[in-house]
Design a protein around this ligand. Structure first.
Ligand SMILES: NC(=O)c1ccc[n+]([C@@H]2O[C@H](COP(=O)([O-])OP(=O)(O)OC[C@H]3O[C@@H](n4cnc5c(N)ncnc54)[C@H](OP(=O)(O)O)[C@@H]3O)[C@@H](O)[C@H]2O)c1
Length: 277
C-alpha cells in the first residue's frame, strides 16, 4: 500500500474504499461485505461511509464487514451539515459509532457546508476528539474560499482532509484547491474517482487502457494515485472490482500516457465553482 501523511503526522492509506449505496439491498449484502473484507485483506484499509448513506444502512454494513478487523481499519464517517452544531453533533457521532459497532472514528468529516458556523463545528469536532470519540476531523465539498475561512479559525488548521469530487472528467480542483491543499500538506480525498462508473465507458480512455494492457478503472485510479498527497476511495461491490482497483497501485504512467490523458481530459484553464455529486 501507498500512504499519505495527515497533517497530524499519522499515515493513512492512499487507496481506500467508498461505501455509498451499499447496505441498501438485502440480496447484495453478502457480496458487499465480502468485497469490503477482501479489500481490507489486500491493504485498502481506509473505509469511507456517512450517516447519510442509506440513512445508516451503509454504516451498519461497514460495521458488520469490519467486525473482528477494527484495529486494521482507518474508519471514516461523515456528519450531516444540520447535525454539525454543538448540540446535535455529539448525538450524531454516537449514532454513527453505534451503527458501526466501534468506540471511535479515525476520521469524522463535515459532509458539506451548511448553515452552522464553521467555528462551532470545529469547536465541537475538537471536543469529540479530546473525548476520544474521533481521532481526526476533516471536511468535504469545501472550496478554496471555505478552506481559507476554516484554516483561519482557532484549531481550524487541524483539518485532516477535504473530500471532494475529483477524477479525470472532473479536474476543476487542479486550478486552485488542489495546489492550495498541497502547499499546506493537507491531503485531498478524491470521491467518485471513476465518476460512479461513467468514466469507464469513455471510448478514448478505454482505447488507451487497452493499448497499455490495463483496464480503464486501473488507469483512471493510477492517474489519481500518482500524486503524493492524495487519497482515492473507489466504491466496489464485488471482489473482482476490488482487485482491479487495488491493481491501480501498480500501473506505470509514462509521460506519453499522461499527455494523452491530458488531451482526452483537458486540465482546467480557469477557476470554476467546486463540483459536487
Ligand atoms: N463526500 C461526498 O459528498 C461524496 C459524494 C460521493 C461519493 N463519496 C464517497 O466516495 C465513494 C466513491 O464514490 P462513488 O461511489 O460515488 O463512485 P465511484 O467510486 O467513482 O464509482 C462506483 C461505481 O463504479 C463501479 N466500479 C468500481 N470499480 C470498478 C471497476 N474496477 N470496474 C468496473 N466498475 C467499477 C462500481 O460498481 P460495483 O459497485 O458494481 O462494483 C460502482 O457502480 C463513495 O462510495 C462515497 O464513500 C462522497
Amino acid at each position: 500500500m501507498k500512504y499519505v501523511t495527515l497533517p497530524a503526522g499519522e499515515q493513512a492509506p492512499a487507496l481506500g474504499m467508498g461505501a455509498w449505496m451499499i447496505g441498501e439491498n438485502r440480496s447484495s449484502r453478502a457480496e458487499e461485505i465480502a468485497a469490503l473484507r477482501h479489500g481490507i485483506e489486500l491493504g485498502m484499509t481506509l473505509v469511507d461511509t456517512a450517516e447519510m448513506y442509506g440513512e445508516g444502512a451503509s454504516e451498519r454494513l461497514v460495521g458488520e464487514a469490519i467486525r473482528g478487523r477494527r484495529e486494521r481499519v482507518f474508519l471514516v464517517s461523515k456528519v450531516y451539515p444540520h447535525h454539525a452544531g454543538r448540540k446535535e453533533m455529539p448525538a450524531a457521532c454516537e449514532g454513527s459509532l453505534k451503527r458501526l459497532g466501534v468506540d471511535c472514528l479515525d476520521l469524522y468529516l463535515l459532509h458539506w457546508r451548511g448553515s452552522v458556523p464553521l467555528a462551532e463545528t470545529v469547536e465541537t469536532f475538537d471536543r469529540l476528539r479530546t473525548q476520544g470519540k474521533i481521532r481526526h476531523w476533516g471536511v468535504s465539498n469545501l472550496d478554496t474560499g471555505d478552506m481559507r475561512a476554516l484554516c483561519a479559525l482557532p484549531d481550524g488548521g487541524r483539518v485532516a482532509t477535504d473530500q471532494v469530487l475529483y477524477n479525470l472528467s472532473r479536474r476543476g480542483v487542479e486550478w486552485d484547491l488542489l495546489p492550495w491543499c498541497e502547499e499546506r500538506k493537507i491531503p485531498l480525498m478524491a470521491y467518485s474517482p471513476v465518476e460512479q462508473g461513467r468514466l469507464l465507458r469513455h471510448s478514448g480512455l478505454r482505447a488507451l487502457a487497452e493499448e497499455l494492457g490495463v483496464t480503464a478503472a486501473r488507469l483512471a485510479l493510477a492517474w489519481l494515485l500518482r500524486r503524493g498527497q492524495l487519497i482515492a476511495i473507489p466504491k466496489a461491490s464485488s471482489r473482482a472490482h476490488v482487485e482491479e482497483n487495488f491493481a491501480a497501485l501498480e500501473c506505470p504512467l509514462d509521460d506519453a500516457t499522461l499527455a494523452e490523458l491530458d488531451r482526452l481530459f483537458p486540465p482546467p484553464c480557469r477557476a470554476a465553482p467546486l463540483e459536487m455529486l
